[in-house]
Design a protein. Structure first.
Length: 286
């Protein structure tokens, strides 16, 4: 479990441009959850996730990962970073080795694993992200955008983290690349039931497609935390803080305003079509 209690973070504390980036943020994420973090630019999303593997230390507050207080100065942060893998926005910009194999192997090699174990982890990681073995000897710079992104994710997975955190995993990709990454994250979560996945996104459609629960940030504060259905049912509140809702949710909310008795928590086209089909059938039977 991830447990965050009264987390505060101030940029440039005591300086003329001091700014509070996080204010009294508290939440819990159970093992195996699939969580999206949403919020407008500057809401504190990226600052928050950087605290979860101790890349940034809080001004005050407490963060526990598997019962370990990672804000305690005595905690071995190397062990925490083995448990919590962080994939930055545009991670392909961090690819640097001469081959895909070496890039993915970088983490396990630095963990001091044997050559055999490193190889085992590389092949396991490419299997998890759906990369073909024939790409391993290629330069990472010869790959497509989606393949580069998956190589970067495989490099984190090769360290076998219990928690995988991704900052805008589909940013800058074309529609095919976006679908590729989203599908792979969904499969990754389904195949690894104990792994917790947390991702930051500006795309409400992406969140609706794959997340189970959502954290909503606004001006450094956590303003909502619930299931995807619960959060998107509060569409008017989301709009007030500058966020959109999936187009299908917006449509159903317009139908509600026009007097049609339909649920407010519709967030995927599939859900909407099933619901409407049921409503039509019930009408025909009256």
């Amino acid at each position: 479990m991830i447990k965050v209690t009264d987390l505060n973070y101030i940029y440039q504390q005591g300086m003329p441009f001091e700014k509070k980036a996080l204010s009294d943020v508290s939440f819990e994420i159970p093992d195996g959850d699939f969580v999206a973090i949403i919020g407008h630019t500057g809401s504190g999303k990226s600052t928050l996730i950087q605290h979860l593997n101790a890349l940034v230390r809080p001004t005050s507050g407490r963060i526990e990962i598997d019962g370990i207080d990672i804000t305690d100065p005595k905690t071995d942060l190397r062990e925490i970073r083995k448990k919590v893998g962080l994939v930055f926005q545009y991670p392909e910009h961090q690819l640097f080795e001469e081959s895909v194999y070496k890039d993915i192997a970088f983490g396990p090699v630095n963990m001091g694993l044997s050559e055999e174990k490193v190889r085992e982890r590389v092949y396991e990681a490419i299997g998890l992200v759906g990369l073909d073995e024939t790409l391993l000897e290629k330069s990472p710079f010869e790959l497509s955008g989606g393949q580069k992104r998956r190589t970067a994710i495989a490099g984190v997975l090769s360290m076998k983290p219990k928690v995988l955190i991704l900052d805008e995993p589909t940013a800058g990709l074309d529609p095919h690349g976006r679908d590729e990454i989203l599908g792979q994250l969904l499969r990754l979560h389904e195949q690894n039931s104990g792994m917790t996945i947390i991702f930051v996104s500006h795309s409400m459609e992406d969140v609706a497609k794959i997340a189970k629960n959502v954290l909503v940030m606004n001006r450094g504060r956590l303003v909502m935390h619930g299931s995807v259905a619960e959060v998107f049912a509060r569409g008017e509140e989301l709009k007030k803080i500058g966020l959109d809702v999936p187009q299908i949710t917006e449509l159903t909310q317009l139908l509600i305003k026009d007097g049609i008795n339909i649920r407010p928590d519709v967030y995927t086209v599939k859900f909407a079509s099933e619901l409407l089909a049921k409503m039509i059938k019930e009408t025909e039977n009256v």
